[in-house]
Write a protein that binds this ligand. Structure first.
Ligand code: FAD
Length: 417
């Protein structure tokens, strides 16, 4: 490709999951190329919590020291009902190699992953995107478009990609890590149905003092989840679920001003006593619960937001996306066990149907506070963990997760790494 040996795997998208997947593939001896339309790394605060289990995945690639250098560590999760603290879970008690979760900005994480990808010989092609896909026997033909971002429209302008040229490449495998509007998923003809009503959140990042300590706080009231993560440098990230509004996504400071932030803090986070310093980032987002009809077909597979979408409170999308990247790399590597891709497909469906609350049976444990049982459906997906760790954190706050059909733990059915 591009005048040198074709890669073994082409990855569409250099978001955190695409980069992690590329590194996992490269660490198994494969030639990897990543195409990414953006030519500059945008400041994208977005996902910032790394689950304890994800730290092990980054450690495998030798990236843990760089990640921890730019992170704050959190060891507890507090569950709040207005001003009352109802329960607490300890990340330190999880059976993982790391007794804490780490919070860092997505752009810092992407920078670390990009640097390592370059060091390991992953070819990163910015200004290129996947435009079309045709499966062809034992390989896949991919139309790669050279593109540039240009302002378009009169009056209110927006940035769009224009195509400057195309070329066709043939590779053994294509991985679609190209986000929720995935061109790869569309090219496979896979639907991305909304499984629940969309939910709206406003997110603020602001400097605060005193710092927020070593815990994540989750506030739960009917239909409205609130979350607070401490960030490096004395900042905090607050997310407030709000009533749906058709005019959803915005970062307009007029609509998301300081008065609105103070109002939300006073009504939804009465436990917060810190100072509200300068706001670094604000955003109103609408998120659906979506799962692609399949995790892939033949020689084309999906990971991360291309495969699923969920709300941000538990930081599931990116963290589970890392596990997907690793599992897929193992399934695509030379010498993979037969059926590994089918197992990938099956495990993704089981795990996400659980995380999206479709196949998950949540039961309050004997003696659990009534508040916990009443808000179980909001609490579980807001906990910063997945797999067995999610079961463990849920148990600590008084909830059992079970898969009714098999009568066994849903998360035990998911391979753990
Ligand atoms: C405003 C906002 C706030 C968020 N807040 C949180 C939060 O607080 N907590 C949390 O956990 N998560 C949050 N998320 C979600 C989180 O950012 C994502 O789950 C995470 O980025 C997923 O990573 P990804 O690599 O799968 O996809 P992405 O980060 O979306 O990366 C996809 C990449 O693919 C590229 N691409 C697109 N089209 C093509 C193509 N045709 N060919 C090749 N490449 C292509 C894109 O340019 C992009 O770089 C937020 C998301 C948004 C938008």
């Amino acid at each position: 490709m591009f005048g040198r040996k074709q890669p073994d795997v082409l990855v569409a998208g250099a978001g955190p999951v695409g980069l992690y997947t590329a590194l996992s593939l490269a660490s198994r001896g494969m030639q990897v190329e990543v195409v990414e339309p953006a030519t500059a790394r945008a400041s994208r605060p977005q996902a910032c919590a790394l689950h304890a289990r994800s730290l092990g995945l980054l450690e495998e690639l030798g990236l843990l020291p760089a990640v921890l250098n730019r992170s704050v560590r959190v060891r507890r999760v507090g569950l709040h009902d207005g001003p009352i603290r109802r329960a607490e879970a300890s990340i330190s008690r999880l059976a993982t190699d790391h007794s804490f979760a780490a919070i860092l900005r997505q752009e810092d994480l992407e920078e670390i992953l990009t640097r390592e990808a370059e060091r390991r010989g992953v070819r990163l092609r910015t200004g290129h995107r996947v435009g079309g896909v045709v499966q062809d026997g034992d390989s896949v033909r991919v139309r790669v478009e050279t593109c540039a971002a240009v302002p378009v429209g009169r009056g209110v302008q927006h940035i769009d990609d224009v195509v400057l040229g195309t070329r066709e490449v043939q590779v053994p495998f294509l991985v679609g890590a190209d986000g929720k509007r995935s061109a790869v998923r569309s090219a496979l003809g896979l639907g991305f149905p909304a499984l629940r009503e969309p939910r709206d959140f406003v997110l603020f990042e602001f400097r605060t003092d005193p710092d927020l300590g070593d815990e994540i706080r989750i506030g739960v009231e009917p239909g409205a989840t609130t979350f607070c993560w401490p960030l490096p440098g004395g900042y905090g990230r607050f997310g407030f679920e709000i009533a749906p509004d058709a005019a959803a996504e915005t970062d307009d400071p007029e609509r998301l001003g300081e008065a609105e932030l103070r109002r939300l803090l006073a009504t939804r986070a009465p436990w917060f006593r810190g100072r509200v310093g300068p706001v670094r980032w604000r955003r109103r987002i609408r998120v659906a619960s979506r799962l692609a009809e399949r995790a892939g077909i033949g020689h084309v597979w999906l990971v991360g937001d291309a495969l699923h979408e969920t709300h941000p409170a538990g930081a599931q999308s990116m963290n589970v996306g890392f596990r997907e990247g690793r599992e897929l790399a193992e399934a695509l590597a030379p010498g993979a066990v037969p059926g590994a891709l089918l197992r990938y497909e099956r495990a993704r469906r089981i795990e996400w149907e659980g995380l999206l609350g479709l196949e998950l049976d949540v039961m309050p444990r004997p003696g659990a506070a009534q508040f916990i049982g009443a808000h179980a459906a909001q609490i579980v997906p807001s906990l910063p963990a997945s797999g067995r760790d999610l079961e463990e954190l849920a148990a600590q706050v008084g909830l059992d997760l079970t898969l009714p059909i098999a009568g066994r733990s849903v998360m035990s059915a998911v391979p753990q790494v």
